[in-house]
Write a protein that binds this ligand. Structure first.
Ligand SMILES: [Zn+2]
Length: 493
């Protein structure tokens, strides 16, 4: 059995400014054996494919895996960029000789200038090379998909956890389906629905209502005979694409009617919960005030989650924390390349510096913040993630400067957005994260896998940004009118 694996994965924030050229992918693109080496032992989709295929004794044919590395977001993929990797998958498959099946690791929230539904187009291009062999796809739950992908692919499998800790498991489920299908023991049959709901990522945590209820219902259905896997992607609201929003995929063993019934049931169920995907959240001032009240009442430490900042330069929470007089806090990312250049050129650890940083990217970022503090750490930290997400993954950050502002207040000026998934990123720059009352992160949900074990309260804040909780602050060109709650049909004042 020869199974090809490939990937082309991006979560494209079209509310960011700059397009995404080949250059954003190419330094991180993996080809051939390097795909397997890079993923081995890390809980990724591809490691999941490998586990099953190797146990089966199948030959794995790795083609190409392209995803944007580094921090920060960019907008629409250029036509060149989309063509390069989607055709590289096709041509790699053509050159690979006889293939029995293809496993594709895609994201689902790609936005490409030249392909309105990029993932379906990637599958169609792969199909040009391999013809009528099974092509099965794994996706992040921030996927915006519809019937086009269901028609192009033989089966679609989507994460059920946010923070995403089941990528390897979903990879294994897909690979097991592939193996059984190639052996003729399974007939992948799929149905898809679009409930017509768009939601901000910050409402999509899998351990909380409403997504917990949705995933529980998927798992109930999966216990039924003939139902193989039921997926609900709440979607990615920050890509202004025609198929934005939630989608449902149900995979059964040869029973189309059952697949349709399950997909419809989940679609109806999600629709019944639609109001829960848009509950109001506290703004910047209110969030900081709430955090301070909780700390004073002995209910800390508190995590403030700014889910809106995609670039890392937003200063809203930092400025409010300074203004409020709070102590014992850290803001581990204010991205500002020019401030970093200045710091690296003119200063060293131990210096007391005044620096103006952040607030440079767009109208959502806030104004630049001026801070004075002692340089505790300056450099390019490398560290190993503590987990649960991507535990064991080596991280190499770009330039960072940790300033101690006194009264146990810390800010890290960074060359680019820094994804502080767990405590290792704090320790690496000399911040004792266990000694803080308030931690202000720029992330929506992923951080909770680790930080919920450190902090007692997680306050989801509604701050301005390219990925805000309040979707009414964004201008969509492609949003269908009937998508709840911000399509024209539903728009509220
Ligand atoms: Zn995601």
């Amino acid at each position: 059995m020869r199974i090809a694996i490939a990937g082309f994965s991006d979560e494209t924030c079209t509310f960011c400014k700059d397009p995404t050229p080949i250059g954003r992918f190419e330094p991180y693109a993996l080809r051939g054996q390097a795909i397997l080496d890079d993923n081995r032992g890390i809980p990724t989709y591809i490691n999941g494919y490998m586990k099953v295929l190797e146990a089966e004794g199948a030959e794995i044919v790795p083609i190409v895996y392209a995803s944007k590395g580094g921090g920060g977001f960019s907008s629409w993929l250029t036509p060149d960029c989309f063509d390069k990797y989607s055709y590289e998958i096709r041509d790699g498959l053509k050159a690979a000789g006889k293939i029995d099946g293809v496993l594709l690791s895609l994201h689902g929230a790609m936005a490409a200038e030249s392909a309105p539904k990029p993932e379906a187009e990637i599958v169609r291009r792969a199909r040009q090379a391999v013809g009528d062999v099974p092509i099965m796809v794994t996706l992040d739950l921030h996927a915006n998909e519809d019937h086009e992908l269901a028609e192009a692919a033989d089966a679609v499998f989507i994460l059920k956890t946010y923070p995403h800790v089941d990528a390897e498991e979903i990879g294994m489920i897909a690979a097991e389906c592939m193996v059984k299908t190639v052996k003729g023991q399974f007939k992948a049959t799929m149905a898809c629905r679009k409930p017509g709901i768009i939601s901000a990522s910050i409402y999509q945590a899998s351990a909380s209502h409403p997504m917990k209820d949705v995933f529980d219902r998927c798992r109930e259905w999966e216990k039924e005979p003939g139902v193989y896997c039921v997926s609900v992607a709440p979607g990615y609201a920050y890509a202004d694409v025609v198929d934005v929003g939630m989608s449902v995929f149900a995979v059964t063993d040869g029973d189309q009617q059952l697949a349709e019934k399950v997909a419809q049931d989940l679609s109806d169920f999600a629709w019944s919960l639609r109001e829960s995907f848009a509950a109001p959240l506290p703004g910047t001032e209110e969030s900081v005030r709430l955090a301070m009240e909780l700390v004073t009442a002995g209910k800390g430490p508190v995590l403030l989650a700014d889910g809106a900042d995609r670039i890392g330069d937003s200063t809203h929470l930092l400025k409010e924390l300074i203004k409020s007089g709070a102590r014992n806090w850290a803001v581990p990312c204010i991205a500002d390349p020019s401030a970093c250049e200045e710091l690296e050129k003119n200063h060293k650890a131990g210096d007391v510096v005044t620096v103006t940083a952040g607030g440079w990217y767009d109208q959502f970022s806030g104004t630049p913040a001026e801070v004075t503090g002692k340089v505790v750490y300056m450099g390019r930290p490398s560290y190993v993630l503590m987990g649960p997400m991507e535990k064991g993954r080596k991280v190499q950050d770009k330039f960072c400067c940790h300033l101690d502002l006194g009264e146990n207040r810390h800010v890290v000026i960074t060359q680019e957005a820094r994804w502080v998934l767990d405590g290792s990123s704090f320790t690496a720059v000399g911040i004792d994260y266990k000694d803080l009352d308030i931690i202000a992160l720029k992330d929506r949900v992923h951080h909770r896998a680790f930080w919920d074990t450190v902090t007692k309260v997680n306050i989801r804040t509604s701050v301005p940004g390219q990925g805000p909780a309040d979707l009414r602050t964004l201008h969509y060109d492609n949003l269908p009118d009937d998508v709840f709650p911000i399509g024209k049909k539903w728009a509220r004042a």
